[in-house]
Write a protein that binds this ligand. Structure first.
Ligand code: SAH
Length: 431
């Protein structure tokens, strides 16, 4: 029988998921790891963090996080460190970013005992880009890094042509900002890199909101193409990193279904409305933000789309009033913001979705299309579909499902992290 490996060691393998899945080590180590709060330093100088059985089960299941409750004690660490993670007995499980303040304490970086150094991050970034090149050949605007789903937890990088817009969401990536920027410059030679770390989730990690140009120069909005339409993204002031790249493929798909009189609710700067306008006779775009509505008008004018009417209004009110007035449409898009930030808000969110979708179904002429989306993490595809069933039943209309879609291919879904499947986009036909 072969000698059991020393605690914390595991045969070296190249990075990537474990070849045989997430198996527990079969040998006993020589001695169990002490359960203490001061982290041991492993031979590679990394702090060592030990997790309890439930955490190990989560690791086995391939989930990319470990929660605070599943740590053995509270490590005396500052947060942002790369740590070696071991089980109760000292067996190596992987390397992870440690967060001190968040309920999510560990985010896996590697399940192999490889150095997490410059080359590690260079390879991860290059691999992420290689997937986009294959999935979206010729594209120059896409999400280049989608956090955990690209095995780069806490990092989002969006590419808009020769400009990059980046979000550092955890101490692990925040503290490696310079390294990440240097690698992005080396690999992608951008004209500018913008930091859009002005997002609420950073507060959970004790990080302040930050925004600015990290590299190069940025003057004005950045143009990019979506199908036949040219859009401009304001990388500094726009929502998210400038645009809703997750809906890019759905925007272009929407043009295919558009006909007659079209209505786009929650339009932002016109991702859907402009596409509808390339096919429909007339488009009414409803958006509550004056600023976004102004940019939508400018985008329509720049694309010589004179059939777009932009209305600054609350979409809920607009739908109700239009229905009361007896007006009807042939194509409707609903793409509201997230309605539930936590699980407690789900029932209210579902009522909101139902109200919108019920009214949209009632507003459609027979044969009309409803393209309806939800980006609420806490409502899954089945929950969304059940809500649509209820709306169609109340509207007393028969509805066909034509397509069930999600975010674009540049926003990969991690099978073991349901939250990464946040975007639902259904194409329905109302009979
Ligand atoms: N459809 C857009 C993205 C929409 S994001 C695209 O694909 O690019 C949601 C938008 O809804 C935001 O621009 C926000 O300002 C707007 N919004 C939020 N609440 C609203 C409301 N009650 N009525 C109308 N618009 C609203």
């Amino acid at each position: 029988m072969s000698k059991p490996p020393a605690p914390g060691s595991r045969p070296e393998r190249r990075s990537g998921p474990p070849a045989g899945g997430f198996k527990r080590p079969s040998h006993r180590p020589e001695k169990p790891a002490p359960d203490r709060t001061t982290p041991d330093l492993a031979p590679d100088g990394l702090p060592q963090v030990s997790i309890v059985r439930r955490g190990v089960e989560r690791w086995q299941g391939g989930h990319p996080w470990i929660y605070r409750a599943d740590l053995n004690g509270d490590p005396a660490l500052e947060g942002g460190e790369v740590v070696r993670v071991v089980d109760n007995r000292g067996w190596f499980l992987g390397k992870a970013f440690y967060s001190k303040q968040s309920k999510i304490s560990l985010r896996w970086l590697s399940y192999d005992d490889v150095p997490v150094d410059t080359d590690f991050f260079r390879q991860r970034l290059a691999q992420a880009n290689a997937m986009r090149q294959r999935a979206l050949p010729g594209e120059t605007t896409y999400r280049l890094v989608h956090g955990e789903a690209d095995l780069l937890p806490g990092l989002v990088v969006d590419r808009y042509g020769d400009c990059l817009s980046v979000q550092f969401l955890t101490p692990g990536t925040e503290q490696r900002k310079q390294l990440i920027v240097a690698l992005l410059v080396e690999l992608f030679k951008p004209r500018a890199i913008v930091n859009r770390s002005d997002v609420g989730v950073r507060a959970l990690e004790g990080l302040p909101q930050e925004k600015g140009v990290l590299y190069g120069e940025l003057s004005g909005p950045v143009p990019y193409d979506e199908g036949l339409v040219r859009v401009r993204a304001d990388l500094m002031e726009g929502q998210k990193t400038g645009a809703f790249l997750d809906q890019r493929e759905n925007h272009v798909m929407a043009a295919q279904y558009a006909f007659g009189e079209a209505l786009d609710c929650f339009s932002y700067v016109g991702g859907f409305a402009l596409q509808l306008a390339t096919r429909a006779q007339k488009v009414t775009a409803v958006e509550i933000s004056e600023q976004a509505a102004g940019q939508l008008r400018a985008n329509a004018a720049a694309n010589k789309l004179s059939n777009v009417d932009v209305v600054v209004a609350n979409a809920f009110d607009y739908l109700r009033d239009t229905l009361d007035e007896g007006h009807r449409f042939d194509t409707i898009v609903l793409d509201p913001p997230s309605f539930a930030k936590n699980k407690d808000a789900i029932p209210g969110a579902l009522r909101g979705y139902k109200e919108l979708n019920l009214r949209a179904i009632q507003l459609l002429r027979p044969g009309g299309f409803l393209i309806t989306a939800s980006c609420t993490y806490h409502i899954d595809e089945q929950g969304f579909e059940d809500m649509l069933v209820s709306a169609a039943t109340d509207a007393k209309r028969r509805v066909q499902i034509i397509e069930k879609r999600g975010a674009g291919k540049d926003h990969p879904v991690l099978l073991n992290l349901r939250e990464t499947r946040y975007l639902k986009c259904f194409v329905l036909r109302v009979l």
